[in-house]
Every structure is written in C-alpha cells, then in structure tokens.
Design a protein around this ligand. Sequence first.
Ligand code: PLP
Length: 409
Amino acid sequence: MIYLDNAATTALSETARNAMEPYLSGYYGNPSSIYRFGQEARKAVEESRQTIASLLRVSPREIYFTGGGTESDNWAISSVVLERALKKEKSAHLITSTIEHPAVLRTCSFFESLGVKVSRIPVDKEGFLNLEILEKVLQEESFLRKTEESSRCLISVMAANNEIGTIENLKEIGRLAKKYGAVFHTDAVQAFGQIPLDIEEMQIDLLSASSHKIHGPKGVGLLYIRKGLKLPSFLHGGAQERGLRAGTENVPGIVGFAAAAKEAFSTMEERGRKKVALRDLFFKRLLEEIPGAKISGVNPAEAEGIGESPESPFLSSLHHRLPGNVHICLPGVEGESVLLLLDQKGICASSGSACASGSLEPSHVLLAIGKSHEEAYSGLRLSLEETLTEEELEYTVRAIKEAVEKLRG
Ligand code: PLP
C-alpha cells in the first residue's frame, strides 16, 4: 500500500508511542493530586510544556494544552469575542481569509449569526491573502474606532493551507496587525514542525497547533497565548491550564505530543528537503504525463524569487508551498473517481480536506482561488512523507495517468 493521504501520514511515531507508554500504564495519576503518581504526571506535563515552549522559543507560561487544533482555533476566536462581551464593549470584529479550515470559518460564521462582524479577505489564484484589502479593512476599523465605541479586531489567518499548501506571509500580516492594534491569531496546524515559525518576528499573539500532524497522538494540541494578552477562560471548572482551560489533562497525549514535536523540529530541514524534492518531481512528472493537469496553488517551478528569506534558506527553498503538499486538478474527471481507481492499485490518496470529504460541495479553497465548480471537483491531493521512494512515485504517476485515461475515455 502506498499512503499519500493526510490521515495516513499522521500515524503515531515510535518515539511518541515510547514516550507515552509509562503514562498509559505506570503513571496514571491525576496531575492535580498530591500523591506521588499524580506528581509524576504533573512533572511530565510541565516538562512537555517546557519542551514545546523552547522549540517555539516562547515561555512555558504561554503554552496551553488543548484537545487539538479545532479546539485551539475555537478558543482563540471565542476568547476575543467573549472578552469584549464581558467588558460590555462593542463586539469584536473578526477578520479572516476565505481559505481557512472549517475550525476557523465555521467558528466565525457562528459568531456572525450572533451579530459579530466578520470580514473575509480574499486570496489570489495561488492562495495568498490580499494584503491590500486586509489593510483597507483595518484602516476602516481604526477610523470607526476614533468615531464610535471601541471595537477589537482579531485577524485569524492560517500559516499554511491544508489543501493547497500555500504558506502565507505571516510576517507582513503580523506587521499590519500591530500597526492597527489588532490581535493576530494563526492556525499553524499544518505548519507546526514542518516549516520554521518565528512567533516574535511574525508578531503572532495566538497560535494553534495539533499533535497528530507531526506523528503525535490524536486529540491533543496547543494554543500559544502571548504573555500580557488577557483573555477569559475557555472551559470553566477546575484550575488546570492556569485556570483558562479546565479539565483533567490528557497526560499521555501531552507527553506524546512533546516527544513528537522534539523529533519533528530536530529533523525538520532534513525531512523537508527530501519532501520538497519529491513534491517537485511529482509535479513535473504529473504535468508531463497527464494532458491538461493543472497545479493548484503555487507552482514551485515558477515561484523562483518570490518572498526570498535570506535569513532562512530552507524557508526560501520551499517556494511558499508546504514541503509535502501536492495538489492538482485533472480536467474532465472527478477526483473521487480517480481515488477509487487508485485504491484498486494500492494507493491511498485524497480529493481534498478530510474534514470536508463526504460532502457534496466542492472545496471552498479551490473555489476561493478561482477554480470553476467543475475544476474544483477534479482535485486530487497527495500528502507526501519523506520515506516515499522514486519507484513508488513513478508507480503512482502511472496509476493516475491510467485512471485519468480510463475516466476520460
Ligand atoms: N486547522 C487546519 C489547518 C487543519 O488542517 C486541521 C486538521 O486537519 C485542523 C485545523 C483541525 O485540527 P484537529 O484535527 O487537531 O482538530
């Protein structure tokens, strides 16, 4: 079986499993209890917090463990809305992009249905946020702020897109957020442990990450909250996570997350380089073999020079696309039908986001970058691991070519 599906590339690593093992059987104590077992668990949670904080170069007091990326996104957005409501001030203004994960988009729509103002900033055909429109919206808001009751803006823009792999210009978004006094949240679920993220330089106030995207256990994540940002509790109850997120900690999950993060960060460049080489070869071979195939998002072969980052040669080498992300549209066929034929050949791939699959709607990301409905239905996404061999890659290209010929014929 060749796994090129996002779900399969999130399998638990041996490192994470080994780190978790003692906390699944031996040290099952509750970290909040006084007895020794509990204290061992508390120590493990705090050491994990320290590990992740040092990887992100922030303080451990700024890391809050959650039940995953979706929860972190919900927390970030709702806390800014609730903070306004608690102060009985004009409600927050949520500013997001049109290509966010449903964990952000649906949370914003929910608050919109309660009367909160939401602005959705469009992206270009490669998936980059329109920074001019963002600045215009922030300018208007700051003008209103001078004339009306104060509002508070939250900008929530993802670090990298889960479907087409576009890496957003967080440094510039952070600069605009600071200039106009907005809070800046980034959903870094796809970027954490895959590409360098500089929280200070990017002026990020809130950051969501998830453990299973880096081969950690599922159902655990984190929210980074910049020191000094006073936000209300998200879950009410016990005093866990400094009183902001009540509930007994998922000790094995947190320990596994930290172990996976340590491994992901220490191997990031080495893995990334291999994946970039495979990604670019995949695109080249697919374009050569399949007439009409179109890359969705950034074409790395044409992206020379955009947004070079002299301080990070690895970041520049990505050409603004996640290292392991391949997404193409195959005009004249349906992505789902290609998937079925690939499955018969032992290849496991995806037609889009796992969270949207099973839905009859075409991908909102593909529509947002200007694809027609027909093109959007023809999408195929391959998520690459560095262990993929060139033989497997060639076998997959041949299988896709045959599937497309069969379906077109
Ligand atoms: N945000 C992005 C960009 C994602 O890709 C995902 C999951 O795929 C999530 C949020 C949700 O994270 P989780 O599955 O940990 O809830």
